[in-house]
Design a protein around this ligand. Structure first.
Ligand SMILES: C[S@@+](CC[C@H](N)C(=O)[O-])C[C@H]1O[C@@H](n2cnc3c(N)ncnc32)[C@H](O)[C@@H]1O
Length: 362
């Protein structure tokens, strides 16, 4: 770098007109070899250009950034048996992986309504499915909590659906985006909201909780064995970022070992996510209104990812069977094959249950 000042030219007797001032332009900064920001970091966010990168990532059992791998697709399709001309609802549209498979089977003449609480990912999925050739007459996206399904159906002029799918929890796009604050894997704001325009972030919730309330949430939402101890260490404190909270969890469990502490971090994040998004209330409402949203003989399939969710679905389907609302329900919970668990470790905890509405039930 040259710090010397430029020499000032000596005045001449015959001055030339001064050249027009050229605005100073900064040299573009060298971005470095490795991009730092999430949005520019992953090649797989541009699959059209980096198809081979995407293929390698999938083969290694990982999920390409900005996407989501649908879980137990064959099992879901077997349970829902979508037919041409039918009406389907994907109550948790996500990346649209399941929706895409359903849509292909509803042709000709069928339609699918895709709901999601996430206003950030929903328009991207809507655009992706339209770009794949699913016309608005076949596919519409609805920003709604699935607890509001009756309202969405009524607004679309539909009495009910023949197939309803709910694939609970969060998508890989949400998990992998540090700005959403869903995981301790990346530093980001401690948010955890599926709809960041609604409610309070996890940081505010945690700061407002009493230890007894947090202990109850950790036990109920994540079966956390050290609920009381962790609640005492974390409740009422202010953690601005995901990594600050993760560090505090590890510090509270000095004798748990590395793996034990990481599992506890994951359970704390799960418990907070469920609390922040009021997930159990939404699921309870959804299960209650479901029979009225299904056409006669309609099928529902629900994928859950932990015991608190599965217990609710199981009880609701069993009660519906006893009451004659459902004609048949899954005898046993259906789990992903060992091959799928190996190929997609995020599927490991998935459980599928289905029910079929009685042809005579209203
Ligand atoms: C596991 S992902 C679904 C992935 C999807 N099946 C696919 O193939 O791409 C779950 C999605 O459900 C959404 N979600 C979770 N709870 C919801 C609720 N109560 N109402 C509506 N959407 C919800 C999340 O925002 C997320 O996009």
């Amino acid at each position: 770098m040259n710090d010397e000042k430029p020499a000032v030219p000596a005045p001449t007797s015959d001055p030339q007109p001064a050249p027009a001032a050229v605005p100073h332009r900064r040299r573009p900064r060298y971005a470095g070899k490795y991009p730092r920001r999430f949005e520019e970091k992953y090649k797989e966010r541009n699959p059209a250009r980096y198809g081979d990168t995407v293929a390698k990532i999938l083969a290694s059992g990982k999920t390409p950034a900005g996407t989501h791998r649908p879980i137990m697709v064959a099992e879901v399709l077997a349970a829902l048996a979508p037919q041409p001309g039918e009406v389907a609802v994907d109550a948790t549209l996500g990346h649209g992986g399941h929706a895409q498979e359903l849509l292909a089977r509803l042709r000709p003449g069928g339609r699918l309504l895709g709901l999601d609480a996430d206003p950030i990912e929903l328009p991207k999925t809507e655009a992706r499915l339209h770009a794949l050739g699913f016309r608005p007459a076949e596919f519409t996206a609805h920003h709604s909590n699935f607890a509001g399904l009756p309202r969405v159906l009524a607004a679309a002029g539909l009495a009910g659906a023949d197939c309803v799918l709910a694939d609970l929890g969060v998508s890989s796009m949400q998990l992998d985006d540090p700005a959403r604050g869903f995981t301790a894997k990346f530093a980001g704001p401690l948010d955890l909201r599926m709809n960041p325009r609604h409610g309070q972030p996890a940081s505010a919730l945690l700061a407002s909780l009493e230890p007894t309330e947090l202990a109850a949430a950790l036990a109920e939402n994540a079966d956390e064995p050290n609920a009381a101890l962790l609640a005492h260490a974390l409740a009422g404190r202010i953690f601005a970022t995901t990594t600050e909270l993760a560090r505090a969890v590890r510090e509270a469990l000095p004798r748990s070992g590395r793996d034990g502490a990481e599992l506890a971090v994951r359970r704390v994040f799960q418990a907070l996510r469920i609390a922040v998004n009021d997930e159990f209330s939404a699921l309870d409402t959804f299960l209650r209104v479901l029979p009225s949203c299904l056409n006669s003989g309609g099928r529902v399939a629900i994928l859950t990812f932990h015991s608190g969710e599965d217990r609710r679905v199981k009880k609701s389907f069993e009660a519906g069977l006893c009451a004659g609302i459902y004609a048949a329900i899954a005898d046993e919970v259906i789990r992903p094959s060992p091959e799928e668990r190996h190929a997609n470790p995020r599927s490991a905890s998935a459980k599928l249950r289905w029910a079929r509405k009685n042809a005579g039930a209203v």
